[in-house]
Write a new protein. Sequence first.
Length: 180
Amino acid sequence: MAPEGQKNWYVIHTLTGQEEKVRAALQKALDSGSAAGMISQVLVPMEKVSEVKGGKKKISERHVFPGYVLVEMALSDEAWYLIKTTPGVAGFVGARTKPVPLRPEEVKQILRATQEKMEKPTPKVSFDRGESVRVTEGPFNNLTGVVEELNPEKGKLKVMVPILGRATPIELEYWQVEKI
């Protein structure tokens, strides 16, 4: 166990779909002072995803780790009891008898990745090389082709489409094509 008062990040396993409810309950305990000195932060890692519905690009949020909430706290019997008795909490991730804290480098990696995913939406659909797709937007609308290259960081792909009898590469954004 960490020295008294030292705060570490722990992972709480929640019931499916209860991440926000657990976060809100712990934040309320923190704001009311009943968790003062025990809990510093409660985090539900989210990411922005983009998808096309009805021809319109829509950006929404989804959980990076469905079913889990991160909490920075000083582990004590009181803190453990507060977390375990919060509605929606299934338990801590770690050994059966005591939670195992995340390593500092793991926390930095999770926080950095979460920040990046909130700044730049990732496409909701993913494609594979060699997969057949149909162009749904732009000057090549309704043409079908085969995925040649992928660039998920930029949300773009290169598709080989038949134009005038020969395969021609065109670069498109993920939202401009659909799987066949």
